[in-house]
Ligand binder design. Structure first.
Ligand code: FES
Ligand code: MG
Length: 580
């Protein structure tokens, strides 16, 4: 058991600095609350709980947040708090172009400054669609007030002609069938209406399910919060539970810094591996850990990857089940119980209890969905970090989701310098390509993309699709969607746009990949590499004004988490409290 914390007094709350003093400023703050119809009974003695809501009319994964926020408020009221909803950047994965990753840090800044500038004592973070989870958590971590993350929950299983459809994964799969001429237009349209059947996040093990699971594993959500389907009444109760709990967290001063220790992030990594996580997890977890002052890097993923098996049989690493099945099988606490020996059970969580206490007795109800270590769907972790002369700072592959013959392979490169160039060529019948080739897309990294778009699962050339090829090696400095699969080597660092060695590859060069040895090399001499390097010309800057200009100057590389340099804890002196 953890020691009972000392309760804060009302005078010690941040919000009391706005509302309690007998001075002109506080008169202004109070009179403006009264303008909205509130009376002193609404705020005196009560923590102000900010509810950061990433709802929008173009955010299908969070569309229920418009109602759910009322359930969060209900919980806050019941526990004696004063709830206030603060809209935050919505970052709809499906609608925002060129990529939400360009804006993750913008949401992080939005969240941090919303909290800092307002009279907020604690926050409920309502997110779940891909970048919203790390965005909100990065911001709340830097702001430092007590915070609880409330995941949107996965949507229901997709359904088409009685077949289960999984977000993303099945769209890619059937798109290839359609390109091969095996799917009719009518079937394709029926799939459009069947693949996303309710509000909530992608229900495959994409970035959303990965990041919410990590948030839970780190201790920033209530137990099992990440698995509850969005459309389940349990999700409504989760919302009011979050509201009740955050008020207690404020009195207990249970801040993210007490929860987000190095051990907590190691739990996040172990769970990510056991879930067969999205490759995006690496970037976000590194960024979040660094905001919390913990030095987590690619090596930590590599270590966990060698130890922790994939036991969540959820697509795309698994072949059958989806997040709804995972919830019915016991959800994340049950999975965590199965990998207890890989976890630090004494880490503190938002419940005020340890992770070990939270998951005690959590049972698995379906051993095919949540496997045992002995029946794991993949014996080693979901991700492998490769290094070599073409990726000196590392790159990532998801061996659990690729055809085994590509785990050790040497083949000639076929290079594309941009996405449009690749798109134009890939369906040509005269494209000089075989299944042995390694397709390369460059200028798709943090600065080159910009924002590392999810282009990393390059389409298989149509000519090969028709021959029955469904996987081949692909390599880029881009990311790929967590719902994607295949032999895709991603996040090559440093990126080609800033002159990383990927920029020096030529079509026909041989590249050797050995996942077991964790190596990737361009088979040219060091002298030739140096010659090409000195002849390389930097591309024109993409932006001359605006957010993109700032982004280009301050974005860090993928292996460092793609945070802005000026947001890292080590950059300059800490930001103080606002003058009130
Ligand atoms: Fe929102 Fe996939 S599009 S989680
Ligand atoms: Mg995604």
């Amino acid at each position: 058991m953890t020691d009972a914390p000392r309760k804060k007094t009302y005078d010690e709350l941040r919000s009391a600095r706005w509302f309690a003093p007998d001075n002109l400023r506080a008169f202004g703050h109070r009179s403006r609350l009264m303008q909205m119809g509130y009376a002193p009974a609404d705020w005196v003695g009560r923590p102000v709980i900010g509810i950061l809501n990433t709802w929008s009319d173009l955010q299908p994964c969070h569309v229920h947040f418009k109602q759910r926020v009322e359930d969060v408020k209900r919980g806050v009221f019941q526990a004696g708090g004063f709830p206030v909803e603060l809209p935050a950047l919505s970052l709809s994965e499906s609608a925002v172009k060129p990529t939400t990753m360009l804006y993750r840090n913008m949401l992080a800044m939005d969240a941090e400054e919303l909290i800092r500038s307002h009279p907020i004592d604690g926050v409920v973070l309502m997110g779940g669609c891909d970048k919203t989870t790390p965005g909100l958590l990065l911001g709340a971590t830097s702001a430092g007030v007590p915070a609880i993350f409330m995941p949107a929950g996965p949507m229901l299983r997709g359904n088409w002609k009685g077949k289960i459809l999984g977000s993303g994964s099945d769209a890619w799969k059937y798109w290839d069938e359609r390109r091969a001429g095996n799917i009719t237009d009518a079937d394709w349209q029926a799939m459009e209406g069947g693949i996303a059947r309710s509000y909530g996040t992608c229900m495959t093990m994409g970035t959303a399910s990965t990041m919410t699971a990590i948030a839970e594993a780190i201790g920033m959500t209530l137990p099992n919060a990440s698995s509850i389907p969005a459309a389940d009444a349990n999700h409504i109760r989760l919302a009011s539970d979050c509201g009740r709990r955050i008020v207690e967290m404020v009195w207990d001063d249970l801040t993210p810094s007490k929860i987000q220790t190095r051990e907590a992030f190691e739990n996040g990594i172990a769970v990510a591996m056991a879930m067969g996580c999205s490759t995006n997890a690496i970037i976000h977890l590194i960024a979040q850990a660094r905001r919390a002052g913990q030095d987590i890097g690619l090596d930590d993923f590599e270590k966990a990857s060698r130890k922790v098996p994939v036991i969540a049989n959820v697509r795309p690493s698994g072949d059958t089940y989806l997040m709804e099945d995972f919830f019915y099988a016991g959800g994340l606490p049950a999975l965590m119980n199965r990998i207890r020996e890989h976890l630090h059970l004494d880490c503190l969580t938002v419940t005020g209890k340890t992770m070990g206490e939270n998951i005690e007795g959590a049972e698995v109800y379906n051993d095919d969905v949540i496997r045992t270590v002995d029946t794991a769907i993949y014996k080693e972790g979901a991700l492998a970090v490769l290094k070599g002369n073409i990726a000196p700072d590392g790159c990532v592959i998801k061996p659990s989701a690729c055809a085994p013959q590509y785990l050790k392979h040497t083949g000639p490169a076929l290079v594309f310098d941009s996405y449009p160039e690749m798109k134009e060529a890939i369906d040509r019948d005269d494209l000089d390509v075989t299944a042995d080739h390694i397709l390369i897309l460059r200028n798709a990294g943090p600065q080159g993309g910009p924002g590392m778009p999810e282009w990393g699962m390059l389409p298989i050339p149509k000519k090969l699709v028709k021959q029955g090829v469904r996987d081949m090696l692909r390599m880029s400095d881009a990311r790929m969607s967590g719902t994607s699969y295949g032999a895709c080597i991603l996040h090559v660092s440093p990126e080609s746009y800033i002159g990383g060695p990927l920029a020096l590859v030529r079509t026909g060069d041989l590249i050797s990949v050995d996942v077991d040895a964790r190596t990737i090399n361009l088979e040219i001499s060091d002298e030739e590499m140096a010659r090409r390097k000195s002849a390389w010309v930097a591309p024109e800057p993409r932006y001359h004004r605006g957010y993109g200009w700032m982004f280009s100057r301050h974005i860090k590389q993928a292996n460092e988490g793609c945070d802005f340099d000026f947001l890292e804890t080590t950059f300059g002196a800490p930001v103080g409290e606002p003058d009130i």
